[in-house]
Every structure is written in C-alpha cells, then in structure tokens.
Design a protein around this ligand. Sequence first.
Ligand code: NAP
Length: 259
Amino acid sequence: VTVPTRVLLLGGSTEATRLARALASWTGFEVVTSLAGRTASPVLPEGRVRVGGFGGTAGLVTYLAAEAVGAVLDATHPFAAVMPWHAHEACERAGIPRLRVLRPEWKAQPGDRWCTVANLAAAAAAVGSGRARRVFVTTGRSGLEVFAAANDRQRHWLVRSVDPPGRLSLHPATILLGRGPFRLQEELDLMRRHGIDLLVTKNSGGDATAAKLAAARRLGIPVVIVARPPAPPGASAPDVPTALAWLSTTLSAQTGGGG
Ligand code: NAP
C-alpha cells in the first residue's frame, strides 16, 4: 500500500495561489500546484509547480497513483468546464478525497441591468441583436471569435484580457491588456473614456474583477453576463479558510495528525 504523501492543488485561480501560500508552512505533505499552462506569464504559486494537462481522466488517475496523492483541491477557475469533471471522475476511481474550491457567483443588485446567458455564443447573439455601439468584452482571450457574428461597422469593441488575444476577428477593436484587481474608479474612468454602452462578462465571482459591475451599475450600462458551466457533484468550499479546514480534517483522518 502506498502511503499518501502529496496534496494536488489544481490551480488557475487566485484562490489556488492563496492556498499554495497558506499550505507552504504545513508539514507532513508536499503540495504540488498544477497549472494548465495557458497563460504566458502566470503568477507562479509558492511551492512545487507542474505545468500542462494530465492526458484526460486516465492520465490523472495514473498521476495520482504515481505521485502518491492523498487529497485533491480543485481550485481551477469557475469557468474551467472540463478539468473539474476529470478531477471528480479520477478521484472517484482512485478513492481519493477531493474538494472543489468555488467562490460564490456575483448576484445582481438593485440598479443592475443584467441579461444572463448560458455561454459565449449566446452572449454574442445578445450583443448582435441589441443596439449597443461600444461594447466592453472581458470574457478572456479564448472564445472571442464567436463575437465576430456581432461585427457591425457601427459597433466598436473594447477587449480586455491578461494575454494578447492573438488574431482578433472583431473590428474595429481596441485591445487592453490587464490583470486584476481593478478598482472602481479606474473602471468608471475606462468606461466613460470609451463611451461604453454594454459590458460583456463571465460570472466569475470574487473581488478582483467585480468593480466593472459596480461601474456599470453606477453608469446605468447593461451587462450581458455568462453563467457558469455545470460543476460536478461533491464537496465544495466557497473560500480559502473553508478549504484549509477541510484539508486539515481530511489529512488528519489519513495520518492521525495533519496540519
Ligand atoms: P478546462 O476546459 O477545464 O480544461 C481543459 C484541459 O486543460 C483539461 O482537460 C486538462 O487537460 C487541462 N487543464 C485544465 N486545468 C488544468 C490544471 N490546473 N492543471 C493541469 N491541466 C489542466 O480548462 P480551461 O477553461 O481551458 O482553463 C485552463 C486553465 O486556466 C485552468 O487551470 C483554469 O483554472 C484557468 N482559467 C480558466 C479561465 C476560464 O475562463 N476558462 C479563466 C481563468 C483561468 P488534460 O485533459 O490533458 O488533463
């Protein structure tokens, strides 16, 4: 029988970075953060890091055994649609406890003019059928091509992403590179400066990028907001302290000690 010696932390979110920092001082287990490798210059978490896919569920099952993983913290981004399911299936097969770390969704507040849609294609359709002329898109650099269906000589796009979006099929467009956190005043200034009349965003949740929604509310700008993909069943934690408490209990059960 292999004795579990590692915790696998599936990364790609601010919570994952915070978890890696908090866990750096824990003893008895090595924490390995796994990144997909999509971001050109990711914020590297503390501790050991591995980069790249596992090769589907089967690859992950192999990895979990080879690395003697005793628990998995799935702190991938709320819009990671595939990895959480692979983690769920692989952990079920391997009999390894897994926790999904999933921050709460943003909720509409009085004054918000939200149109919630199921995916990016539906967001593009909502833009295309509306009359907005200056659209601020913050859904990330992947999947932007669907918005080309809403290209219109009258419509200007403002696209903000962490990495350059590559060949952009949106025109005319202005590209802004930036990584949160963003402050309310900068978001207000930006939206005013560009005359934004529609915001398109994913319902990522969290504080780092919430200011754009407050700015839209303040300026009376409508928002097309993409709902999250379905998450697999199982234990989940809304924040880092809850995740740490779960891990402590889980590791204690395995070792009779723990962090
Ligand atoms: P995804 O659709 O859920 O995953 C696609 C594939 O990428 C997975 O099947 C897996 O490949 C690999 N992968 C994803 N996360 C991984 C991780 N933490 N470690 C190792 N491999 C991983 O994910 P995505 O939407 O492409 O996002 C990729 C990464 O960017 C995720 O880690 C996510 O947390 C982060 N991110 C995503 C978004 C977003 O809006 N989607 C936003 C910010 C950050 P294999 O099948 O080969 O194992």
